[in-house]
Design a protein around this ligand. Structure first.
Ligand SMILES: [Zn+2]
Ligand SMILES: [Zn+2]
Length: 420
């Protein structure tokens, strides 16, 4: 029987209250390699509850015992199939899986030649800064617009226009946002993106990134900040790399590492090259989580700044030192990991405060924007996150996905949020 090739998109601990023990069950989120290509497998059937551990009494093993546990060893980013009993089998070694991985690796190697040093290490004197946070269902898409040298410039952080799981298209909201920006900034030409900053290759952050290039929404010579070293077995990621390669003369790639920070784009994390999630690899994402491969961007423009942490979770937060003094003097925050508890908890503070979450790190930030849908996974949106941000919090979707919101506009000078 030809069973569909899937990959482990994410492994999510199920805990209801802060500080609960981590040996509880986990939700394993599986996706077809061709994520949105008419999968016959329903998303609900691809979310499995399992017990993970290194001992024989758990359903599956994680960690370093790949050889010992064989098929019962799973980790984020490995290829799997569901067998007839509905259990998950690691099929990373299967010829089909190897071929797919190889195709992605060849592309990742090819685009190495497109990497450049970031230009403009000096800060730009800009005005009229506003950020737009687009309702793409469950996923992240933000655009920052500002004026500089009599022109309007747009930077984008992540680009997902197709919702994970429902495969519903939200690209009209992205188009509506571009149209709004054109009017708001009195632009005569179609607005285009100067810099596309990718946090991590999860589907809910890159599902429309390739289309942005094919639909000619990037200026010639646009920068894409992308960690190409990260190994990830998604068809959507492969497609993105393929389109980057096909446009190699029009794009510049930048390695999103701390050492490549500019005055306007400060990369807080990572400061080492993250290559994957498999335990044996050098440059493993902390905790083996794809989310901890998220680049944390702190964007400084017009005297204000905003933190875009992608989906970073506890082990990633704990490695960050540039947040001192406390929030790196940031004004605004894009809530990590769609408001999950693991995106909120932090135990290590670079100024040695005794902390259990990022409440104190974000105390001085006056607005928090949350992109995501309540209930899409267990523990999203978590009550601790709502409680922490209270009235500072704005969410792009409503609770059941019927929101009419197209996008939120955050005016950086005024600190006000408008819903469109
Ligand atoms: Zn995400
Ligand atoms: Zn993610």
């Amino acid at each position: 029987m030809d069973r569909q090739l899937l990959y482990v998109h994410e492994i999510i601990p199920i805990f209801k209250t802060k500080g609960e023990n981590k040996t509880l069950p986990y939700q394993v989120v599986l996706l077809p390699y061709d994520e949105d290509a008419n999968s016959e497998l329903k998303f609900e059937n691809l979310i499995r509850e399992v017990r993970l551990g290194r001992q024989g009494d758990s359903d599956y093993s994680v960690g370093q015992r790949y050889k010992k546990y064989g098929q019962k060893h799973i980790y984020e980013g490995c290829f799997v199939r569901l067998n007839d009993k509905g259990t998950i089998e690691n099929v990373n070694g299967d010829p089909d899986a190897r071929r797919k991985r190889l195709a992605i690796n060849v592309l990742r190697a090819y685009i190495a030649g497109m990497y450049r040093e970031p230009d403009n290490k000096r800060g730009l004197p800009v005005s009229g800064v506003r950020s737009y946070h687009i309702n793409v269902g469950h996923g992240n898409t933000s655009i920052i617009a500002f004026r500089f040298n009599d022109g309007t410039h747009l930077w984008m952080i992540d680009c997902a226009g197709i919702e994970i799981g429902t495969w519903k298209k939200y690209e009209d909201n992205i188009t509506a946002c571009f149209e709004h920006i054109k009017k708001a900034y009195n632009m005569s030409a179609e607005p285009k993106i100067d810099k596309l900053l990718i946090t991590h290759p999860h589907y809910d952050h890159i599902s429309s990134a390739a289309k942005l290039i094919t639909k000619n929404k990037l200026v010639p010579g646009a920068e894409i900040w992308l960690n190409r070293k990260f190994s990830f077995p998604s068809g959507c990621y492969k497609n993105f790399l393929q389109i980057i390669k096909a446009n190699e003369n029009k794009l510049r790639l930048i390695e999103p590492l701390r050492k490549n920070s500019t005055a306007n784009i400060r990369v807080w994390y990572p400061d080492f090259i993250i290559k994957g999630t498999k335990s044996e690899t050098v440059g493993r994402a902390p905790d083996g989580k794809v989310n901890n491969a998220s680049v944390v961007y702190n964007i400084h423009l017009g005297g204000k700044s905003m933190v875009f942490p992608g989906d970073i979770e506890t082990a990633g937060w704990n490695l960050i030192t540039d947040c001192k003094p406390c929030d790196g003097k940031a004004d605004y925050y894009c809530v990590s990991h769609h408001g999950s508890l693991t995106g909120h908890l932090r135990t290590v503070c670079p100024v040695s405060r005794n902390i259990s979450d990022i409440a104190c790190c974000t105390n001085n930030m006056s607005k928090a924007i949350l992109m995501g849908r309540d209930g899409v996974y267990n523990g999203i949106i978590h009550q601790e996150v709502r409680k922490c941000f209270g009235p500072r919090l704005s969410i792009t979707t409503d609770m059941n996905g019927t929101s009419e919101t197209k996008f939120l506009e955050l005016d950086w000078a005024a600190g006000s949020v408008t819903r469109y």
